[in-house]
Unconditional design. Structure first.
Length: 265
C-alpha cells in the first residue's frame, strides 16, 4: 500500500493530519468521537486496494491540532468541506462512524450533496431519544481508576461474544490518546442538542446505514433507514458499536459494493 500523509489547513487555521492511499472513487473515513484514524486500521488498507481512501484525525484528536474552539458537529462538517476542496475531490463517499456519522448528517444539512456520491452512516442514532438505554453499571464506578474505566467502556463498544476475542495488542492502541475533556464536553453538549429526524426525508442521494445488532444506536439506525428515501440498512449481527473492527471483512465488502454502485452527482 502506497500511503501518503500530510497536513491541511482549515479556514479557521487548524492543521488536520490525514492519510491517503489508493486511486479511483474517493472515500473519506471519519472516526468516532475523541478517537483517531487508527480505528480504521482494519478498513483503510483493504478499501484502498480499490478506491482512493482518505482518513483524517478530526480536530482535537490524534496528530491534528488541538484548539480550544470548534468542537461542534457543524464545524467538523466544515472541516470535511475544507478537506474535499483542498484535495480537489469530487463524487466523494463519506463514511462516518459514531460522531463521524453526525458529521455526515451535518454536512448534508449545510451543503447538501455538494461534491458527494453517497454517504455511509455507521452506527449512530438520529436523536438521543431514539436509542437503547445504557446497560446497568455502565456508568463510571466510584472506585475505578481512569485506566480501568477506559478499558471497560471500550470493551462495552463491542458485541458480548466479541469482547473476549480482542487481542491485547489491539486493546493497547484502542486505549491510546483521546481528545481532552473540555473538547469532549463541548461535543457532548452539541450531541444532546442535535435532532436529525427532520433532515432524513430531505436527503436525496444514496445512503447506506450500517449498525450493530447489539448497539444502543440500533433503533436510531433503523429509524434513519425507514425515513431516508434512498437508504439501505445493513445489520451486523454479532457486533456492537465497534462494527468497523468486529466485522471488518463484512463492513469492507458492503462499503465497497455501495461505493461501486452509488450514483454520482
Amino acid at each position: 500500500m502506497d500511503k501518503r500523509t500530510g497536513y491541511l489547513r482549515t479556514n479557521d487555521g487548524v492543521n488536520l493530519y490525514y492519510e491517503e492511499a489508493g486511486s479511483g472513487k474517493p472515500i473519506i473515513l471519519l472516526h468516532g468521537g475523541g478517537l483517531g484514524l487508527v480505528w480504521w486500521r482494519r478498513n483503510f488498507p483493504e478499501l484502498s486496494q480499490r478506491f482512493h481512501v482518505i482518513a483524517t484525525d478530526t480536530r482535537g484528536c490524534g496528530r491534528s491540532d488541538k484548539p480550544d474552539w470548534g468542537h461542534r458537529t457543524a464545524r467538523y462538517a466544515m472541516d470535511v468541506r475544507d478537506i474535499i476542496e483542498t484535495l480537489g475531490l469530487h463524487d466523494v463517499t463519506l463514511v462516518g462512524w459514531s460522531i463521524g456519522a453526525r458529521i455526515c448528517y451535518s454536512y448534508l444539512e449545510l451543503f447538501g450533496r455538494e461534491r458527494l456520491r453517497g454517504v455511509v452512516i455507521v452506527d449512530e442514532t438520529v436523536h438521543v431519544t431514539v436509542h437503547e438505554p445504557p446497560a446497568p453499571g455502565s456508568e463510571r464506578q466510584a472506585a475505578e481508576s481512569d485506566e480501568e474505566y477506559l478499558r471497560r467502556s471500550t470493551l462495552a463498544m463491542f458485541g458480548p461474544d466479541n469482547r473476549k476475542l480482542i487481542a491485547e495488542e489491539d486493546m493497547a492502541w484502542m486505549l491510546g490518546p483521546r481528545a481532552d475533556a473540555p473538547a469532549m464536553a463541548m461535543l457532548r453538549a452539541d450531541y444532546l442538542a442535535q435532532d436529525w429526524r427532520p433532515l432524513c426525508p430531505t436527503i436525496d442521494l444514496p445512503v447506506l446505514i450500517t449498525t450493530g445488532r447489539h448497539s444502543g444506536a440500533y433503533p436510531g439506525c433503523v429509524y434513519a433507514a425507514e425515513h431516508i428515501p434512498s437508504a439501505k440498512l445493513e445489520v451486523f449481527e454479532t457486533s456492537g458499536h465497534g462494527l468497523v473492527y468486529e466485522e471488518a471483512g463484512k463492513f469492507n465488502k458492503v462499503v465497497a459494493d455501495f461505493v461501486s454502485g452509488a450514483s454520482g452527482t
